[in-house]
Design a protein around this ligand. Sequence first.
Ligand code: ADP
Ligand code: MG
Length: 151
Amino acid sequence: MILTTNNSSETESIAEAIGRQLHGGEVIELNSDLGGGKTTFVRGLARGFGSKDRVSSPTFTISKVYKKGKQEMHHFDFYRLQESGLMGYELEDVLDDTDNIVVVEWSGIVEKVLPLERLKVELSVTEETSRKLVLSYPEKLAYLVKNTQSL
Ligand code: ADP
Ligand code: MG
């Protein structure tokens, strides 16, 4: 699925629609160049999921967790890491608990530990405030994107 947005709130709205469908256990991978809108997308996901926690990039921290009651969305960012190191182990632990929602920016170096069944989001900058979003997912995860095209 290919979508385009003309400002950051449109990107957030698409992500929010996806976030509303999350019920636990989903894995979402986000890739783009720096400033492509990955963290903006995560902000929408967390809002749609129902968390009021503040979303920011977890670079240089282990990970960030956004909560809604007992449910957790874990946010990783592997930007510029040559080795996944401790964060890689932390990611594996978090993936082991299949109630967790896991969102990964710059997933390249941890691709092999991510489940095959995941939503991939590839953002590219088309103009200063325009982005192309390419979403790919197995049929089993189609429910995540069902309300995104009407936005
Ligand atoms: P990344 O995490 O990929 O490095 P961020 O989400 O942190 O990207 O930053 C994206 C930047 O681009 C923000 O400053 C945001 O306001 C801006 N921006 C402009 N247009 C868009 C758009 N259509 N979608 C997402 N972000 C946009
Ligand atoms: Mg980011």
